[in-house]
Design a protein around this ligand. Structure first.
Ligand code: AP5
Ligand code: MG
Length: 235
């Protein structure tokens, strides 16, 4: 069985299911899912000056600076719950972030990350994002049924809302930025532990394929990373 003493990276366009799968994988593998988008949205909700600046960037569908994202990811990965590994959803998103992550992992003797790249057509992405709703309390992601909105979360009864960057103009901007960075990221990771998968299938089928990839990889000897991830560092 895959024991994930490692870092799993989920790449893919907006709406490809990174958040949906990272929540499922986090449960199955018992390691935290780190979504840089969720961390930023929490900062926006806090009402801080930084949150207000970030909110404007996200709503316009633009990218937050590499420097800020790198600092966010280091501080989150050094938390106790990442001792045995973590799932990165939405990071790295540029080659510069990927370089930074490699330096971070190499500097601590952490094994090469496993990269899963979710492939979904543009048509499917637009359809998914227009129907995405999210719980304001627990963050769970839902798909609104056609012809009507579910108003409450199945799990805690909280109101479901639509993300401010799920409007057509921001979706176009996010897809364009994704296109600009995706080819370079693909090139960066393609000769490594990289797997591009068809993410247009059902959520269970996608989860099964990711688990199969991880189980195949688990046959390779993997170095422990507990101490490496918690070591005090120059970052
Ligand atoms: P982020 O929150 O990461 O947004 P994103 O990358 O655009 O991806 P999404 O969250 O929109 O999609 P997803 O792949 O998670 O799909 P989901 O599972 O929700 O980032 C937001 C913003 O923060 C960025 O635009 C940027 O401004 C900033 N940011 C974040 N990270 C950054 C970084 N590293 N550097 C710079 N800036 C950064 O699924 C979508 C819908 O599809 C849901 O309704 C779901 O129910 C449904 N669905 C999922 N899987 C399936 C399936 N298999 N079949 C049918 N429906 C499905
Ligand atoms: Mg997401």
């Amino acid at each position: 069985m895959f024991s994930c003493r490692n870092v799993l990276i989920l790449l893919g366009p907006p709406g490809s299911g990174k958040g949906t799968q990272s929540a499922k994988l986090s449960e199955v593998l018992s390691i935290p899912a780190i979504s840089t988008g969720e961390i930023l949205r929490r900062e926006c909700q806090s009402g801080s000056d930084l949150g207000r600046t970030v909110q404007a960037i996200i709503t316009a569908g633009q990218l937050v600076s590499d420097d800020l994202m790198n600092r966010v990811i280091v501080s989150r990965m050094l938390e106790e719950d990442c001792r045995t590994g973590c799932i990165l959803d939405g990071y790295p998103r540029t080659v510069s972030q990927a370089h930074f992550l490699d330096d971070l992992l190499n500097g601590r003797g952490i094994p090469e990350p496993t990269v899963i790249d979710f492939a979904v057509s543009m048509k499917e992405i637009v359809a998914r994002l227009s129907r995405r709703r999210q719980c304001s309390a627990c963050g769970r992601i839902f798909t609104a049924p056609l012809g009507g909105d579910p108003v409450r979360c199945d799990f805690d009864g909280s109101i479901l809302s639509q993300r401010p960057d799920d409007h057509p103009k921001a979706i176009r901007a996010r897809l364009e930025l994704y296109r600009q960075n995706a080819r370079d990221l693909h090139r960066y990771y393609s000769r490594r532990d990289y797997h591009r998968i068809d993410a247009a299938r059902s959520t269970d089928e996608v989860l099964d394929e990711v688990m199969m990839i991880l189980q195949r990889g688990a046959r390779r000897p993997v170095q422990k990373i507990e101490t490496a991830l918690t070591a005090t560092a120059a970052y």
